[in-house]
Design a protein around this ligand. Structure first.
Ligand SMILES: *[C@@H]1O[C@H](CO)[C@@H](O)[C@H](O)[C@H]1NC(C)=O
Ligand SMILES: *[C@@H]1O[C@H](CO)[C@@H](O)[C@H](O)[C@H]1NC(C)=O
Length: 148
């Protein structure tokens, strides 16, 4: 049985451990992507803000882990009453080495998280990856830098 003094020593240790900031996770740069858009369709004012259907018409990705061209996609983002845009996008990416990757992107601008889905053995690792991306509007549409 634990004595009262060893128990309080353990509690002190736990407090000391909790007081230390955890090390931030390290990020690996994957790629940067530019998305181009077709004419948006405005759904208008809905219960949680303003909804738009943004058709992703193309684009391209360049980076150390993935390079390719963006196929088609859709972003049905919501702009809150406070003016925060929350993208909710799905689009395909065809890599330069002939793999097709589905990209799921969600977040609050300018920060999003990305999940991937692919049948390609080479990019199998993407199926369990979680990526963080940040970016915003640029001359061509929207640009994002993506890290795992
Ligand atoms: C995206 O477009 C910007 C502005 O034209 C350009 O500077 C950048 O290199 C492009 N990035 C990619 C991944 O093509
Ligand atoms: C590209 O991938 C598709 C689908 O897996 C396949 O049918 C096609 O033969 C591939 N093309 C090349 C050039 O490897």
């Amino acid at each position: 049985m634990l004595s009262l003094s060893s128990l309080s020593a353990l509690c002190a240790l736990a407090v000391a451990v909790l007081a230390v900031d955890p090390a931030p996770p390290t990020l690996t740069y994957l790629f940067s992507v530019n998305l181009t858009f077709a004419e948006p369709i405005s759904i208008g004012s809905v219960p949680y803000g303003t909804r738009d259907l943004l058709t992703i018409s193309g684009g391209n990705a360049v980076g150390p882990k993935i390079s390719g061209t963006v196929g088609k996609g859709l972003d049905w983002g919501l702009t809150s009453r406070q003016g925060v845009f929350s993208p909710d996008a799905l689009y395909s990416l065809h890599t330069d080495d002939n793999a097709t990757i589905l990209i799921f992107e969600k977040g609050h601008a300018p920060h999003v998280h990305i999940l991937f889905e692919t049948a390609s053995p080479k990019y199998e690792w993407l199926n369990s990856a979680v990526a963080y991306a940040t970016g915003g509007p640029n001359e061509v549409g929207v640009g994002l830098d993506v890290w795992q």
